[in-house]
Design a protein around this ligand. Structure first.
Ligand SMILES: Cc1ncc(COP(=O)(O)O)c(C=O)c1O
Length: 392
């Protein structure tokens, strides 16, 4: 437990909730979820499941019906040919990551994690006793891991490589050519597994989404492809994630799950199945709204002296470079030494919650989530501009 931190994003949200309870009008740009409702078909299916008493244990790794819907999704969207025995459904994508790491890692093993990364990967790895090896990327490289950097990082102890595209927090989306180059290198390290975290798959504004197992069926026995309904379907609270991979790994994840949570909630599985079986016809309009918010945010951030950011191609985050604020002084005379202090100052002085880049392994940056109505985002930008203008 001494190695395990509280999730930094959850900490920002808790701080924002506390300040709100104190009567402060705060704007939380820290939370990784969208303000859109869950799809009607999913809500109806969840309610119907309860009404017909579909409220009992299910198979540990998910109902057959949901697993079939997951197989159809992987085949249709990703060109991944799989079967229910190679699918597991868990309590959110996070439980899949947790189970997969716990099921496979021992002290001495290494997990390669490009930074910036989703906050939970290194902490989950640390909990298993294995070592997270962080591979920094740069804004110039579009925050993407290159084949050369991967080759240099692989060792006989590498057990996993984690790729997340579209990326949280940078919004980077790997192209087909970039993924193919990485997979070429990965193919040469047969002891290693690849976790492809595709949870933001449908949230791509420019370019096209590709997933490793869809590109290299010959490597599918070494790839765990993770997805879920949290992000594209705005179903974070239902807690349904799923994955496909080699049968031995899916079996191990299922065994672990059978001794912890057992199955994900039965009515949530029914809702996720309905979501997956329905067309994604609400998505284009939502993507357009998100794109407008993204453009609003990028323009607003670039107009603030001391802040800068690239235009992310996917997800719903900006990874904002705050190097221009480091060394400045607040009106209270405090010198801002790092991104954590900048984030603290924004929370205290502007009532705007952002997550410091240190949480994602690459500083000095701030992650801003734009899953909120444009009017709130404009207000947040105005507050940040005023707050930065008052720095000396
Ligand atoms: C990159 C990434 N992977 C996985 C998850 C887990 O999603 P959930 O457990 O809500 O399905 C998240 C959630 O924020 C994420 O950002």
């Amino acid at each position: 437990m001494a190695t395990l931190r509280q999730s930094p994003t959850a900490m920002v949200s808790a701080l924002m909730r506390k300040r709100r309870a104190e009567g402060v009008d705060v704007i939380d740009l820290g939370e990784g979820e969208l303000d859109f409702p869950s799809p009607e078909v999913a809500k109806r299916a969840g309610i119907d499941a309860i009404a017909r008493d579909d409220t009992k244990y299910t198979a540990v790794t998910g109902t057959e019906a949901l697993k079939r819907a997951v197989c159809a999704k992987f085949s249709h969207d990703n060109g991944i040919d799989t079967s229910p025995e190679r699918v597991v459904v868990s309590v959110g994508g996070k439980q899949i990551v947790f189970n997969a790491m716990l099921a496979t890692l021992s002290p001495g093993d290494e997990v390669l994690i490009p930074a910036p990364y989703w906050v939970s990967y290194p902490d989950i790895v640390a909990l298993t006793g294995a070592t997270a090896r962080i591979l920094p990327t740069s804004a110039e490289e579009g925050f993407k891991l290159t084949a050369g950097a991967l080759r240099a990082a692989l060792t006989p102890r590498t057990r996993w490589l984690i790729l997340n595209s579209p990326n949280n927090p940078s919004g980077a989306v790997y192209t087909r050519a970039e993924l193919e180059a990485l997979l070429e290198v990965f193919a040469e390290a047969p002891q290693a597994l690849l976790l492809a975290d595709d949870i933001y798959e449908h949230l791509v504004f420019e370019g096209e989404f590709f997933t490793p197992a869809g590109l290299r069926a010959d490597l599918a026995e070494r790839i765990l492809t993770l997805n879920g309904v949290s992000k594209a379907y705005s179903m974070t609270g239902w807690r349904i994630g799923y994955a496909t991979g080699p049968e031995w790994l899916i079996e191990a994840i299922g065994r672990l799950q059978s001794q912890s949570t057992t199955n994900p909630a039965s009515m949530c599985q029914a809702a996720a199945q309905a979501a997956l079986e329905a067309p994604l016809d609400f998505l284009p309009e939502r993507l357009e709204r998100l794109r407008r918010r993204r453009d609003l945010m990028v323009e607003g951030i670039r107009a603030i002296d001391g802040l800068d950011c690239a235009t992310p191609q996917g997800a719903f985050y900006l990874y904002v470079d705050c190097a221009g604020l480091i060394g400045k002084r607040t009106p209270q005379g405090l010198r801002l030494e790092n991104d954590q202090m900048v984030a603290d100052h924004f929370a205290a002085s502007a009532g705007v919650g952002v997550v410091p880049g240190t949480a994602f392994g690459l500083s000095p940056y701030l992650r801003l989530a734009y899953g909120q109505p444009s009017a709130r985002l404009r207000e947040a930008l105005a507050r940040l501009a005023e707050c930065c203008a008052r720095l000396d």
